[in-house]
Design a protein around this ligand. Structure first.
Ligand SMILES: [Zn+2]
Length: 263
């Protein structure tokens, strides 16, 4: 993989990140993702294309709207940078595979980034993202390196089984957690999200993701409580932690299970 290709992957990823900002902002409000075009959150005036160039426009304008000088959150360029870095990373990681596999996994990782931020803000995971991930994972399973050297029917079966396993595992953890702690630990959105993760990463990948996500989420929650910033009864969004585990899966970085066990 040569530098221009990695740079192109970064750039395309950051353009996708710019769209993800719209998704994060509008999906929770059930607003259209395409109409109207990008607008300033303060003055609602349309943003010119040159003020919409990922990362650079925000830097050039000092984090403010050109027209009303209202402050634009640094989350916008950070989401663009994160999506760009994930795309470039996937292009490097999967340089040996067809380019469109890089494309498919970058799209999925971007959706996970949107899941993480929407859940962080609202404690909800839109079905469009979790179930969309599930459907897309099934659709591309015959080309998924997780199911390499399987016939396409077998790959679809493994993907579907992964989705069912992810759903069942998360559901079981949710039920057990509720019985022990008498409050909702994992919500219905998390359960559907893990089904989506299972479609892409198989049963083992879903398991890895659930373990890593619950561990990281619990550490975060305990730290908040110890620091006096939250009460034990306060809810914690688990979606961001599950999404982070799922992105690790896309790089095949998780140590548990794979490749010792087939999905
Ligand atoms: Zn403005």
């Amino acid at each position: 993989m040569d530098y221009p290709s990695v740079f192109a992957a970064f750039w395309l990823g950051s353009v996708y990140g710019s769209f993800l900002n719209v998704v994060i902002h509008r999906l929770r409000r059930e607003e259209s993702l395409v109409r109207p075009g990008s607008r300033c959150p303060h003055c609602l005036k349309p943003i010119a294309w040159y003020d919409n160039i990922p990362i650079l426009a925000w830097l050039a304008l000092g984090g403010r709207c050109r027209l009303c000088r209202g402050k634009i959150s640094s989350r916008y360029p950070l989401v663009e940078a994160a999506a760009g870095l994930m795309s470039a990373g996937l292009a490097l990681r999967w340089a040996a595979l067809p380019v469109w596999w890089v494309f498919a996994s970058a799209v999925a990782c971007g959706a996970l980034l949107a899941v993480a931020l929407i859940d962080w803000d609202t404690f909800l995971i839109p079905d469009e993202l979790s179930l969309g991930l599930l459907a897309a994972g099934l659709l591309v399973s015959p080309w998924n390196p997780y199911y390499a050297d399987a016939s396409w029917t077998l790959a679809v079966w493994w993907s579907g089984r992964g989705a069912l396993a992810g759903f069942a595992m998360a559901w079981a953890v949710a039920a057990i957690g509720e019985a022990i702690f008498k409050k909702e630990a994992l919500g219905g959105g998390d359960v559907k999200l893990l089904a989506g993760v299972g479609a892409w990463a198989g049963a083992t990948g879903a398991f890895d993701c659930l373990m890593l996500g619950s561990l990281a989420g619990s550490v975060y929650g305990v730290r908040l409580v110890l620091a006096g910033k939250a009460k034990r009864s306060d809810p914690i969004p688990f979606g961001p932690f599950l999404a982070a585990g799922a992105v690790f899966n896309f790089f095949r970085l998780l140590p548990l299970g794979w490749p010792l066990v087939k999905p």
